[in-house]
Design a protein around this ligand. Structure first.
Ligand SMILES: NC(=O)c1ccc[n+]([C@@H]2O[C@H](COP(=O)([O-])OP(=O)(O)OC[C@H]3O[C@@H](n4cnc5c(N)ncnc54)[C@H](O)[C@@H]3O)[C@@H](O)[C@H]2O)c1
Length: 313
């Protein structure tokens, strides 16, 4: 029998890439997405083995539509994905991130779903005490945004659900970037925000210091990791940092973009956003060990691929 997968948030940036990665592999794929930030365009022209259900994945009526399906894995990617936006409405963030996770975990226990993969975030850490800001999976978590809190709470609910028998894997994504990232949303992402501005002019507004740093990981590496996490048995009830181990400052990204686009950029600094972490990165020891990941797409190649995909659009 073909495996059945549910991808919540499957019309979003990461979810849609996962759908395209899995669509030709002889699986049955269900997508639930309410299109709050996702786009129908991201999942157009899909083969017959992919079913799209428009709606909120925490809504019992929506979950009723899939209650008879025996899912192998649920990839729970749906959510409000911006720290900055979580300050506009903590309630919206709570519903989209925490409530949806709890409802889907209940559904999974009831319907004997084999595996539950959760898209968490490096935001759970906040600013680390470590002087180099190098995170590992055991680092203390002190989230600074409502977003980070709802992600960490979701993780903690899932830990308790795992004691009830749910096989969970928590993936703490660092900064994911790549083709199809929403360039209209100037409040989520970093590389996408700078590129979006550059498409219009050579001026870039940067919120916060140029010395801030992040660990950027290309979308195709993330999609591969999502899939491997679902099939490898050693991921059971574990938490992973999804990062490359490379610390990149905002200044460095800007100079890379300038070099690739051959544009001389004019930078305007503005004040930082609420709940912003100054800097964080993580060595990918655990994913390399358990998933046998050997190498990652380099930042330069990744940015080039992203720019090429925009030019073809
Ligand atoms: N992109 C990153 O760098 C990054 C980093 C850390 C964590 N994450 C997490 O990964 C996941 C995917 O992120 P993304 O970058 O693709 O964001 P995205 O906004 O592009 O995708 C999220 C998708 O979820 C959908 N959605 C939101 N609430 C929903 C609900 N209640 N029911 C059904 N659909 C709903 C949206 O319409 C959208 O399609 C999110 O949970 C995000 O928090 C992303």
């Amino acid at each position: 029998m073909n495996k059945k997968y549910l991808i919540t948030g499957g019309a979003g940036f990461i979810g849609s890439r996962l759908v395209h990665y899995l669509k030709n592999k002889n699986y049955k794929i269900y997508i639930i997405d309410d299109l709050s930030t996702g786009q129908r365009n991201n999942i157009k022209n899909l083969p017959k083995n992919v079913t799209f259900i428009k709606g909120d994945c925490s809504n019992p009526k929506i979950l009723d539509k899939i209650k008879k399906i025996k899912f192998d894995t649920i990839f729970h990617l749906a959510g409000q994905s911006s720290g900055e936006i979580s300050f506009d409405s903590p309630t919206n963030d709570l519903n989209r991130n925490l409530l949806s996770t709890v409802k889907l975990a209940e559904f999974s226990i009831k319907n004997k779903v084999r595996k539950f993969i959760y898209a968490s975030s490096m935001s759970v850490y906040g600013n680390l005490n470590d002087k180099d800001s190098l995170a590992n999976e055991k680092s203390e978590c002190n989230p600074l945004s409502f977003y980070g809190i709802s992600k960490l709470s979701s993780e903690r609910y899932l830990k308790t659900f795992s004691k009830l028998g749910l096989n969970t894997t928590i993936l703490r994504f660092f900064n994911v970037y790549g083709p199809n990232q929403n360039l209209k949303n100037l409040r989520q992402g970093m590389i996408s925000i700078y590129l979006a501005q550059l498409l219009k002019s050579n001026k870039v507004i940067i919120k916060g210091s140029l010395k801030r740093f992040r660990d950027f990981i290309f979308i195709d590496d993330v999609v591969k990791i999502l899939f491997l996490s679902s099939i490898k048995k050693n991921t059971k009830n574990k938490t992973y940092n999804i990062s490359t181990g490379n610390k990149t400052t905002v200044k460095k990204i800007i100079s890379l973009i300038s070099e690739i686009t051959k544009k001389k950029l004019i930078i305007k600094l503005s004040k930082s956003t609420p709940g912003d972490q100054f800097g964080i990165y993580a060595k990918p020891y655990l994913i390399k060990k358990d998933l046998k990941i050997k190498k990652f797409v380099s930042l330069k190649d990744g940015i080039k691929k992203m720019i090429q995909s925009i030019e073809y659009d």
